[in-house]
Design a protein around this ligand. Structure first.
Ligand code: PEP
Ligand code: MG
Length: 316
C-alpha cells in the first residue's frame, strides 16, 4: 500500500492540512537536468556546476560555459520552473584541475568553494558571465548561490556580483559560522540553501568521506538539526526562502522534521522525490512541528529516527 502511494504520487507536495512544500531536484549537467525535468518537481534547487568539469584540464571559455549551462536550464525554462545554479564548488572532495589548488595540508578546511574566488576572482566573474548569458538565452528564472560561505562579507560581495548581472543571489549554509550568522546573511541575500552534507561534516568535525565516522556524519545529529532550525527561523523572520539541498532532504522521515522547522523547500536526487512527497502528503503540519521537536531533542540519531517514526505513525 505504501509502495503504491509512492509510485502513484504526482505532486505537488501538500500536508494533510494544506501546507505546500516545494520539492526540487539536484542536477549535475544537462543530461541529469533533462531526466529531472520529468520528475514531479517545481524546479532545480541545486545545479552542481563543478560536475560539468570533473574531466576538464582547462577552464572552458565563457561562451562554452554559457552553452553548457543553457542546456541544463532549458528543460526547466520551458515551463517556467526556476533553477538554482551553484557556482563552482571545487576543492576538497571535488577537485577540478583548472581551479583547485594543489598541495593543501587539509583540503576540507582549505581553499574550496567561494574561497577560490578570493584567490582567483576572474574565475568567478567568468562563471557568472556564463550563467547570466545562459539565463538570458533560455529565459530561465535563474537563482545563483555560492558554496562554502563563512562570513557576512563574503555573502555581501557575492550578492553584489550576482545582482550586477540581474540575477537573484543566495548562499549555502555549510559552515557553522554561516548558520550562526543566518540572520545577518539574510540581510545581504535573497535566499539560503542548507548543504547538510558539509554542515554535518563541519559541525561534527567528522570527514564526510570517512566511513568509520558514519555515526557522526549523520544529519539526524541533534546539533546539526538545531542549527538547521535556527537558520529556518531566521528565514521565516526575514520572509525569505531557506531550503535544504543535502542528503537530509532525501530522507522521508527527516523531511517531515525539516518542514516542521520551517524549511521552505527540499532539493534532492530525482529518485527521492516520490518517497519524500508521498510521506509529506500523509502528515499534517502540526505533526511536522512535533517531529522537529522530538528529532532535535533526541539523544542521538537512532532515537531521533524512532521518535519521528512514532509521530508519523500516530498521526496517520
Ligand atoms: C552539501 O554539502 O550538503 C551539498 C548539498 O553540497 P555537496 O554535497 O555538493 O558538497
Ligand atoms: Mg557541500
Amino acid at each position: 500500500e505504501a509502495r503504491a502511494a509512492i509510485e502513484q504520487w504526482t505532486g505537488p507536495a501538500t500536508t494533510t492540512d494544506g501546507v505546500r512544500v516545494k520539492l526540487l531536484a539536484n542536477v549535475g549537467d544537462a543530461e541529469s537536468a533533462r531526466a529531472a525535468a520529468a520528475a514531479p518537481v517545481e524546479g532545480v534547487g541545486l545545479f552542481r556546476t563543478e560536475l560539468c568539469f570533473l574531466d576538464r584540464r582547462d577552464e572552458p571559455s565563457v561562451d562554452e560555459q554559457a552553452a553548457l549551462y543553457a542546456d541544463a536550464l532549458r528543460p526547466f525554462a520551458a515551463d517556467g520552473r526556476p533553477v538554482v545554479v551553484r557556482t563552482l564548488d571545487a576543492g576538497s572532495d571535488k577537485p577540478i584541475a583548472f581551479a583547485t589548488l594543489d598541495e593543501e595540508e587539509n583540503p576540507a578546511l582549505g581553499v574550496r568553494g567561494l574561497r577560490l574566488a578570493e584567490h582567483n576572482p576572474a574565475l568567478l566573474e567568468r562563471q557568472l558571465d556564463g550563467i547570466a548569458a545562459a539565463a538570458r538565452e533560455t529565459g530561465a528564472e535563474t537563482w545563483v548561490m555560492a558554496p562554502m560561505v563563512a562570513t557576512v562579507a563574503e555573502a555581501a560581495g557575492f550578492a553584489a556580483q550576482v545582482r550586477e548581472r540581474g540575477l537573484r543571489a543566495g548562499v549555502m549554509i555549510e559552515v557553522p559560522s554561516a548558520a550562526i550568522l543566518a540572520e545577518r546573511l539574510l540581510a545581504e541575500v535573497d535566499f539560503l540553501s542548507i548543504g547538510t552534507n558539509d554542515l554535518t561534516q563541519y559541525v561534527m568535525a567528522a570527514d564526510r568521506l570517512a566511513s568509520d565516522l558514519a555515526h557522526l556524519t549523520d544529519p539526524w545529529q541533534p546539533a546539526v538539526l538545531q542549527l538547521v532550525a535556527a537558520t529556518a527561523a531566521a528565514g521565516r523572520a526575514a520572509g525569505k526562502p531557506v531550503g535544504v539541498c543535502g542528503e537530509a532532504a532525501a530522507d522521508p522521515l527527516l523531511a517531515v522534521a525539516l518542514i516542521g522547522m520551517g524549511i521552505t523547500s527540499l532539493s534532492m536526487a530525482p529518485a527521492a522525490v516520490r518517497p519524500v512527497g508521498a510521506q509529506l502528503s500523509a502528515v499534517s503540519f502540526a505533526a511536522c512541528e512535533e517531529a522537529a521537536r522530538v528529532a532535535m531533542g533526541a539523544a542521538d540519531p537512532a532515537a531521533g529516527r524512532q521518535a519521528v517514526r512514532d509521530v508519523v505513525t500516530a498521526r496517520r
